[in-house]
Structure formats: C-alpha cells, structure tokens
Design a protein around this ligand. Sequence first.
Ligand SMILES: [Zn+2]
Length: 377
Amino acid sequence: MGITTSELKQLNCDMVYRMIYENNGITKQMIAKELRFSLPTISQNLGYLLEQDKIHCSSHRAATGGRPAQLYKFNYNSRITISVELLANMLNVAAVNLAGEIIAESSLDLVFTNDPLYFETFSSWVNHFIASLSCRPEQILGITIAIQGVVDADQEHISFGTLLSSSTFVRTDFAQHFQYPVSLIHDAEAAGIAESWHSAPDMNAIYLSLNANLGCAVIVNGQIMRSRHLSSGVMEHLTLYPNGIPCYCGKCGCAESYCSANTLIRKSGLSLPLFFQKVRDKNIKYLPIWQRYLQDLALMIDDVRMVIGGDVIIGGLLTPYLTDEDLDSIKDSVYSLTTFKNADFTISKGKYGKKATLIGTALTRITDYLKEERLVD
Ligand SMILES: [Zn+2]
C-alpha cells in the first residue's frame, strides 16, 4: 500500500524536527544537505514547527565574520511535566522540561492523611503552582506523583504504604481534581530512573537512596527493573541483623533501621548538618556512629551484590555529606566482607542528589512524549 501525500508531508516534518532535536543549533542549509530536501520544503516545515513553538530560531555570527547564520534549536520548554514528591509530612513540586531540567519548584509542609480534605488541599496547591507557570494547557504533559510507598502493578492502588500510614488511597483520589493525566510512581524507583537516564545500555547497578528513609532500585541493562508487585524491589527491608532494631514494616533488623538517614538522627540526637559537623571535627562521640553506619551500609551492599553484581550508585539526602574517603571506606569494607574478591565494581554518587526523585518522576512522561513525537526510538 502506498503512502498518501499528507502522510509524506508528516514524515518529512518529523524528519526535520528530529534533525533539529539531534543537532541542537543547525542551519536550514545543513538540514537540506543532510535530508536532501529542497530549501522550500525545509522552509515550510520550519515555519510549521516555529508556529507550533516546538523549535526556536536565533542568529549566530561566526568568529570569522560574514552574515549571521539562522540557527534552529529544539524548544525544550515546549512541553512541561509536573512532578510531585509526596512525603509523609511534606510536598515538593517541580515543573520539568523535555531536557529533564527543573524550571520551577516549590515545597509545602503538609501531613498526609487519607481524607478528602488532604486531596483537596494537595490539588489546590499543585493547581496554583501550575497556574504560576503561565503555560498553555497543551504544554502540560501531565502530573506524576512519587509516593513513599510501593505502587501496585495496576498503577492505580498502593500495595505498601506504611510510611504514609495508609495503603487504601488510589490514583483517582488525586486525578479527580486535575484536568491533566495523573499517574503514580514509587519514589525510589523514580530516583533510580533519573540516575540510569543516558547510562550505558549494558549498565547493571544498584541505586541506594539515602533519604530519611532508605530507598532502593535495581538497574539492569541501563533500565530500571520492574517486577510485578514490588516495583523495583524493596531491598531496604533485607534483614541485616536477625531480631535487630524494629522497622516500620513490622519486621526487625531491616537495612532501613541501620542505613537510613533517620538512623543517624535517631542515634546522634542531632540534625544532619550538626551531626556531620561533629563527624568532620572527629568528635569521639559522633565519629563512631558514622563509622558504624558506613560498615552497615557495606554489609547491605555486599548482600545485594550477591544477586546484582554491578556498580553502586548512591543518591538522596546524605549525598552532599558523603566524601570520597567515605566512598572508599564503604568499598574497602565490602571487599573485606565479600567472598568474591576479584569482582570489581564502583561506588559513586548519583548525578541528581536529592532532586533525583522529582526528575525521574518526570522522565517517565518525557520519554513517552519523545517516542510519540518520533524524536527517539
Ligand atoms: Zn523493614
């Protein structure tokens, strides 16, 4: 079956759009040369893409002088995703563009309660944030909410929400208040998506989110691993010490009770900035707490590496406090613990720190959009 004229026009326009996406800052003549289209055809497509606000045009004068060239660039702000990080006592919201950059953000202290008033307050605040962006409605791809809990395989229900003291709220409790598509994601999984974005296709790694509560995700072949009901796994509930410190999940001795940032706050009685100030001053009361924490983290990493023998990426709240010496200390401890001394691996800090959840939350929608627009395969 042959291709129709309108299909051919669309195909040509898609090719011009992709050329600009892949070569951000390209002239009309360069596009014509690469695609072997006539200049009038290119001009027509550029006109359409400019009208749609999908691309920008700017003048650039070469260092050697001469007439300034018109450079066409991809408009990363043509579509915006709204990411919300829903924590037990706080909300963080961000507007993220197609480059995965946060272009606006805000926070609100709000204790989660599973009742209509909470969902109304939540949506009213998020809608107010969206209005402040002065975007056209069609620019908003949707709203994705990162939950401190495991989202069920149906993407509608919460299968484990003990940190929020509820597992009975559903996606539609939020969605009914918005004119945009709304979806849910497990926060640790979202952070793992950010840290695996643009990674090598053969990357296998464990992502550890050292937040107030510990979060983990598994990256296999450059992609987040998704199992059916436990999302990207719940390694924070691996048993480190049988009959150890009680965990919020109901078990005792989970990694959460030894490797979360809350562990340091609970043991030291100090805020994180003050605790790390004491640690870096080599205070004899607080330094052992940190050293023990690093050893417990190594114990967990060694256990997890028995299944996923890849690298380790560390993100979350503790990232800014971690020094290269700390990372070396964790790695040395893992080597001394492990039976498999020849299995080399790296431990590194993630690129996005505590913003990883908000960015990864948006990337799910951004990736889908880029595929729909045929900008990526
Ligand atoms: Zn647990």
